[in-house]
Design a protein around this ligand. Structure first.
Ligand code: GRF
Length: 222
């Protein structure tokens, strides 16, 4: 995809990594196409050749690639191949959108400050998987989603923006997940816009928003 000629600013080149459904990727694409998000998706890369999002991306005219972990002897060699592939697209930001694979330290360090993720909980609560059921089991009254920079600590990097989603008494993990996902689609494009517009920056482990250190996440309500 290329930007229209009347844009004053260049588009932020990104590569999206995903493993499955890709609804966050679609939300980003929608924001580009419908809301003027100044981002160019140079490629979508999956660690699963059967990820449904790949055909969607192809139909949208975006380059896609799938790397199969079985073809690599180690996690390190897989991530090295992934990194080499990503770098051919020269992205300024690598966007994890449901990428269900642990990244090596080398990979994370290579993209320090240029690697971002969305996680379906109010971090630091409920890192890891099954966040919605765990929130229900814990009796949480508030749940949500967080966009954060990725560091070596799993789901532990600095959170930029999070959205609160109230838990209803009759929620199941499915109904809660659906309401959280709707909000994910709202906040991920917002953070990408901040980054693309130069408002969001990373300086040696410190997140800056509008030039000021971000000491706590920006908050939104559903
Ligand atoms: C989302 O809930 C996201 O927060 C998590 O994985 C899920 C991916 O969903 N990291 P999708 O593939 O974007 O629909």
């Amino acid at each position: 995809m290329s930007g229209s000629t009347d844009r004053a600013k260049p588009l932020l080149p990104i590569v999206v990594l995903l493993s499955g459904r890709g609804s966050n990727f679609k939300a980003i694409l929608d924001a580009i196409n419908n809301d003027g998000l100044p981002v160019e998706i140079r490629a979508v890369i999956s660690n699963r050749i059967d990820a449904p999002a790949l055909s969607y991306a192809q139909q949208a005219g975006i380059q896609t690639h799938a790397l199969n972990a079985d073809d690599y002897p180690s996690r390190k060699s897989f991530d090295h191949a992934l990194q080499s592939l990503i770098d051919t697209f020269e992205p300024e930001l690598v966007v994890l959108a449901g990428y269900l694979r642990i990244l090596t330290e080398d990979f994370v360090q290579h993209y320090a400050g240029r690697l971002i993720n969305i996680h379906p909980s109010l971090l630091p609560e409920f890192r890891g998987l099954n966040t919605h059921q765990r929130a229900l089991d814990a009796g949480a009254t508030q749940h949500g989603a967080s966009v954060h920079f990725v560091t070596e600590e799993l789901d532990g990097g600095p959170v930029v923006l999070q959205v609160n989603v109230p838990v209803n008494q009759d929620d199941t993990s499915e109904t809660l997940a659906a309401r959280v996902l709707e909000q994910e689609h709202r906040i991920y494009p917002m953070v990408l816009r901040w980054f693309a517009e130069g408002r969001l920056d990373w300086n040696d482990g410190q997140v800056l928003l509008d030039g000021q250190p971000l000491t706590s996440p920006q908050q939104l309500s559903a």
